[in-house]
Design a protein around this ligand. Structure first.
Ligand code: MN
Ligand code: MN
Length: 456
C-alpha cells in the first residue's frame, strides 16, 4: 500500500493538519471519560444533535444522543431506510489508563502530604513516575452536589507527581524486574508540604493545611473522598511531534483518538440510508464490565428507545435490527516502532502513514478471546474503503505468541452483528504520552464517514 501522505501534497496538506488541530483541542480537554463525554455532547449539540428527551417521535434525518451516567454517549442519525433492516455503528472507548486515588487517600509522612492510589488499566508503572501530573475528577457530596476538580492543566496551576528513587541510591531497585521496579502500593502522589501552625500539638499539621485549602476552594471535607472519583493523569496539552509536525503526542490516544474521529464522522454526515450510530463507552481498559462499560445493557436500551420513538418497537424487531447491523470497533492498533522491530511480523504490521488499520482478530495465544471478523464482511468493508479512496492497512497485534489484547468488538459481535476492529496505529500505547500520525487520524475519520454512508 502507498504512503497516505502522497494524497495530500500541496494545498490538500492543510486538510490533514487542520483536522488534527480539532483533535488536539478535544484530547487536551478530555483527560477522563467524564470530560470526554462532556466535550462530545458539546460538539454534538453544536452540530444540531438533541437529547432523546427532546424528541416525542423520530424520523429520517433526526439527530439524537443519549448520555449514560456522564461517562459515555450514544449518538444516532436516523436514516432513510427502515431501521429494522439494521444500522451502521462506530464504537470507541473513552476511558484511558491512569492512576486513580483511593477512597481514603490522604496521609502525612514526615512533613509531606500524599495521596494513596490504585492504578487503572494495564500500565508499565515505571512510566508514570517523575512526571508533572494533573488531578481530574468529581467529588459527590451527601447533599447531592457534585464538585468538579481539575488541577494541573492550566499553565498557571500547580501540578502533583509520583516520585521515583534517585539513581544514586537505586542499587537494589535496579536489580528488580520492570514489573516490580515501581510497586503499585508505592505510587503515592505528593501534594503538599507547608504545615499549619495554629496548634503546636497537631500531629498532622500539613494535612490540616491541605484540608483547609480543600474546604476553601471546593467546600469539601476529608470524608467526601469516599464518594469521589479522582484520577491522576499526565499534565499538559497534546502537541505536535516531529520537525515536520506530522504526528501528535498526547495522553489518552487509546482510545479517544478513535472516539474523536468516530464522533466527527457522525457529526459531519448528511442523512444516511442506514441509520448511523456512534458509541463512546467507558471501562474498556478494565474489561468493559459495569453499567458504563460496553457489556452494560445501555446500548441495547438506546436502540429500544429509538425503535419506540420511531413507532416500531417490539422485542423481535429489536433482535432483527441487532442481527442486521454492522460495526467498526474503533480502537488503536500497535504501530511499527523502529526501536523494537523484533515484536512484529513485518507482513502483518501497522505502520504510521499507511492509513486506517483493520484487525480481523485480536486475542492472544491462538486468537484466544478474539472476535474474528467474517471474510464476507471484510470484503464489503474493503469495497466501501476502496470506493471512497480511503488509505487502509491490515495488521495483527505483534507476532504470534508475543502478547495480545482485546477490544469491545466481541461484545457487539455477541449480539449477532458483523464487527471488525478498525482503528489508528499508535506508538507508546498505554504510556503517559502516546504518538499517532496525523494522516492516519484523517484517513480514519474519512474511513469512518465512508462506513456510515455506504456500508449496506
Ligand atoms: Mn483501546
Ligand atoms: Mn488500551
Amino acid at each position: 500500500m502507498e504512503n497516505a501522505w502522497k494524497k495530500y501534497q500541496g494545498e490538500a496538506l492543510k486538510e490533514v493538519m487542520d483536522f488534527s488541530e480539532g483533535y488536539k483541542t478535544y484530547l487536551t480537554a478530555s483527560k477522563t471519560e467524564r470530560e470526554a463525554t462532556l466535550e462530545a455532547v458539546a460538539l454534538a449539540k453544536a452540530a444540531g444533535f438533541k437529547s432523546i428527551d427532546e424528541y416525542d417521535t423520530l424520523k429520517s434525518g433526526d439527530k439524537v444522543y443519549f448520555v449514560n451516567r456522564d461517562k459515555g454517549v450514544c449518538l444516532y442519525v436516523i436514516g432513510n431506510e427502515d431501521i429494522v433492516k439494521g444500522i451502521n455503528i462506530l464504537g470507541a472507548h473513552i476511558d484511558s489508563p491512569r492512576v486513580d486515588i483511593k477512597q481514603h487517600p490522604l496521609y502525612e509522612d514526615n512533613g509531606l502530604v500524599l495521596l494513596d492510589t490504585h492504578y487503572y488499566g494495564g500500565v508499565k508503572k515505571y512510566q508514570w513516575v517523575a512526571h508533572p501530573m494533573a488531578l481530574h475528577g468529581v467529588v459527590c457530596k451527601k447533599d447531592g452536589t457534585k464538585v468538579d476538580v481539575k488541577i494541573g492543566d492550566d499553565p498557571s496551576d500547580p501540578v502533583i507527581g509520583i516520585s521515583d528513587l534517585l539513581i544514586h541510591l537505586a542499587k537494589d531497585q535496579m536489580k528488580k524486574t520492570a514489573g516490580e521496579v515501581i510497586e503499585g502500593e508505592d505510587m503515592n502522589a505528593l501534594i503538599a508540604s507547608i504545615p499549619s501552625f495554629d496548634d503546636e500539638d497537631e500531629k498532622e499539621p500539613v494535612k490540616k493545611n491541605v484540608l483547609k485549602l480543600l474546604k476553601e476552594k471546593y467546600d469539601i471535607e476529608e470524608d467526601d473522598f469516599v464518594s469521589a472519583e479522582l484520577s491522576i493523569v499526565p499534565a499538559g496539552a497534546a502537541r505536535d511531534l516531529g520537525l515536520d509536525r506530522s504526528m501528535v503526542m498526547g495522553y489518552g490516544h487509546d482510545d479517544r483518538i478513535c472516539g474523536y474521529t468516530s464522533l466527527k464522522a457522525i457529526l459531519d454526515i448528511d442523512t444516511p440510508e442506514r441509520t448511523a450510530c456512534c458509541i463512546l463507552v467507558d471501562k474498556e481498559e478494565v474489561g468493559s464490565q459495569g453499567n458504563t462499560g460496553m457489556q452494560s445493557r445501555f446500548f441495547e436500551n438506546t436502540i429500544a428507545e429509538i425503535l419506540a420513538k420511531a413507532g416500531k418497537y417490539s422485542e423481535l424487531e429489536l433482535r432483527r435490527l441487532l442481527s442486521s447491523s454492522r460495526m467498526l470497533s474503533s480502537d488503536v492498533g500497535a504501530a511499527y516502532d523502529p526501536n523494537y522491530p523484533g515484536v512484529n511480523e513485518m507482513k502483518n504490521t501497522a505502520f504510521f502513514g499507511k492509513g486506517l488499520v483493520f484487525m480481523k482478530y485480536t486475542g492472544s495465544r491462538g486468537k484466544s478471546g478474539c472476535n474474528d471478523a467474517n471474510a464476507e464482511y471484510i470484503a464489503k468493508v474493503r469495497r466501501v474503503m476502496d470506493d471512497n479512496d480511503v488509505a487502509y492497512q491490515t495488521c495483527e497485534l505483534g507476532k504470534v505468541e508475543q502478547g495480545g489484547g482485546g477490544t469491545i468488538a466481541y461484545i457487539l459481535a455477541n449480539m449477532n452483528m458483523d464487527v471488525i476492529d478498525a482503528g489508528i496505529a499508535v506508538q507508546n500505547m498505554h504510556a503517559c504520552y502516546e504518538v499517532a500520525s496525523k494522516v492516519d487520524i484523517y484517513e480514519a475519520y474519512r474511513g469512518y464517514k465512508a462506513f456510515l454512508k455506504d456500508m449496506d
